[in-house]
Design a protein around this ligand. Structure first.
Ligand code: ATP
Ligand code: MG
Length: 429
């Protein structure tokens, strides 16, 4: 047995020794039956939270209002939740109040899908009153009980349904899908943060294109202010290559690139979806790089610092869009040969980035002005001219020169080069 599972069974056994019922439940049972890697083991028990707390040496009261106590075994946290029933649902969101019960059956009945409503006892016997195993074997995703009511109680289940159908490549059972279509409008009651978290998991998951297609087919995109850019075009334009990108944010960027969306519109959309500033910026820069990099691959506008190789021109691009965005662009070019052409990037140039030769991005001594050994103030006092619009272009020039290594990133060398460049451009003016 794996260490994680051993810890979970230790908890089940300890609770049973004290006379309570206890089982492994939910996602871990599903993933074990499918021989998938189990992310975390959840335990359901007839013991009340206070009783769980006193049964173990180390506990954390993580979700007492939901009946959940986190038990720590060998440094590993496990969620132990008292059998419960959820009382009145409000506004199509999960209820605040819970009612503790003594029956595992009732606890399984409140769960969303048959494959998520199974339990395993200490001896490894499956408790499966809603035939989740049979559904899984036939590749069917089905609500526990009356689907229409289940989506009405908690509209987030609509997105969970789509996520599980995509991730586990299952077919949504007929009545469940009908109910989902009828209730999709209720998604408007769900906080955007929770929606965004589900979407993130869909796009980061095993079948992002299928997830987007289901989102579109269900009407979720159009009716619920979910990604509007995605809703505006057919998801048929998305390539399955999407799933080959490792980084989730690269996937978002590539998705929007395929749909022809502009960086500005994407930025607005991701903000509405409550993505963090950092996430929005990363996606925006990848899109901006893909759209505009072709024009800047040939170096310095003043012709002072010119790239003499593909590598050097990508370094200059990294100065403009950031190293991370250029690396991501490389990942995209590597899985999609057409992407280079549509971005106006010459094929040799594209290959030099996509072929894993991004080592020269690591080699770059500096990637942004903040990394230069001088700042604007020092530059102004050294050149001896009042601050003005001349400063920014000089700093940009120094950044490019230092990035390519033609000027060392030291105070003296940079100031020398700054004086030379300033005089040169002065003369030109
Ligand atoms: P994963 O963690 O891989 O997404 P999971 O099934 O473990 O899958 P969790 O969100 O961790 O999903 O929830 C654990 C269990 O709690 C589920 O298997 C399901 O039985 C139940 N559950 C979670 N969310 C809901 C919900 N919105 N409605 C009903 N039951 C739910
Ligand atoms: Mg889980």
């Amino acid at each position: 047995l794996e260490r994680l599972e051993r810890g979970a069974l230790t908890i089940v056994e300890a609770l049973m020794k004290q006379g309570y019922e206890a089982y492994l439940v939910g996602g871990c049972v599903r993933d074990k039956l499918l021989s998938r890697k189990v992310k975390d083991y959840d335990i359901a028990t007839s013991a009340r939270p206070e009783q769980v707390k006193s049964a173990f040496a180390r506990t954390i009261p993580t979700g007492l209002q939901h009946g959940t106590v986190t038990v720590v075994i060998e440094g590993q946290p496990y969620e132990v939740t008292t059998f419960r029933k959820e009382d009145a649902y409000e506004d199509h969101r999960r209820p605040a109040g819970v009612e503790y019960i003594d029956s595992l059956y009732e606890d399984l009945r409140r769960r969303d899908f048959t494959m998520n409503a199974m339990a395993l006892d200490l001896e490894g016997r499956l408790i499966d009153p809603f035939h989740g195993r049979a559904d899984m074997e036939q590749g069917i995703l089905r609500c526990v009980g009356e689907a229409k009511e289940r989506f009405e109680e908690d509209a987030l289940r609509i997105l969970r349904c789509i996520r599980f159908a995509a991730e586990y490549s299952m077919e949504v059972e007929g009545a469940t899908w009908e109910a989902l279509l009828a209730q999709v409008h209720l998604l408007k009651h769900i906080a955007m943060e929770r929606v965004r978290m589900e979407l993130e998991r869909m796009i980061a998951g095993a079948a992002p294109v299928k997830a987007v297609k289901l989102l579109a087919a269900s009407g979720a995109l159009r009716y619920c202010k979910l990604p509007l850019l995605l809703a505006d075009v057919s998801p048929d334009r998305l390539s399955e290559g999407l799933a080959q990108l490792h980084s989730p944010l690269e996937r978002w960027a590539y998705m929007y690139l395929q749909l022809g969306a502009e960086a500005k519109a994407v930025e607005e959309e991701l903000r509405n979806l409550t993505f963090s500033n950092h996430q929005v910026e990363e996606v925006r820069l990848i899109i901006a790089a893909a759209r505009n990099v072709a024009g800047c691959l040939n170096g310095d506008p003043a012709g002072e610092v010119t790239a003499s190789s593909y590598g050097e021109s990508w370094k200059l691009a990294a100065v403009r869009f950031g190293k991370q965005a250029i690396r991501s662009l490389g990942a995209i070019l590597a899985i999609d040969e057409d992407a280079a052409a549509s971005a106006g990037i010459e094929s040799g140039q594209a290959r030099s980035l996509a072929g894993g030769s991004a080592v020269w991005l690591d080699e770059m001594p500096v990637g942004k002005t903040a990394e230069l050994q001088i700042n604007g103030g020092e530059l102004i006092s050294h050149i001896g001219k009042p601050a003005g619009p001349w400063v920014a272009p000089v700093l940009q020039h120094l950044l490019r020169a230092a990035a390519l290594g033609t000027t060392p990133n030291s105070k003296e060398a940079l100031l020398l080069e700054a004086r030379r460049y300033d005089q040169l451009t002065e003369r030109e003016r």
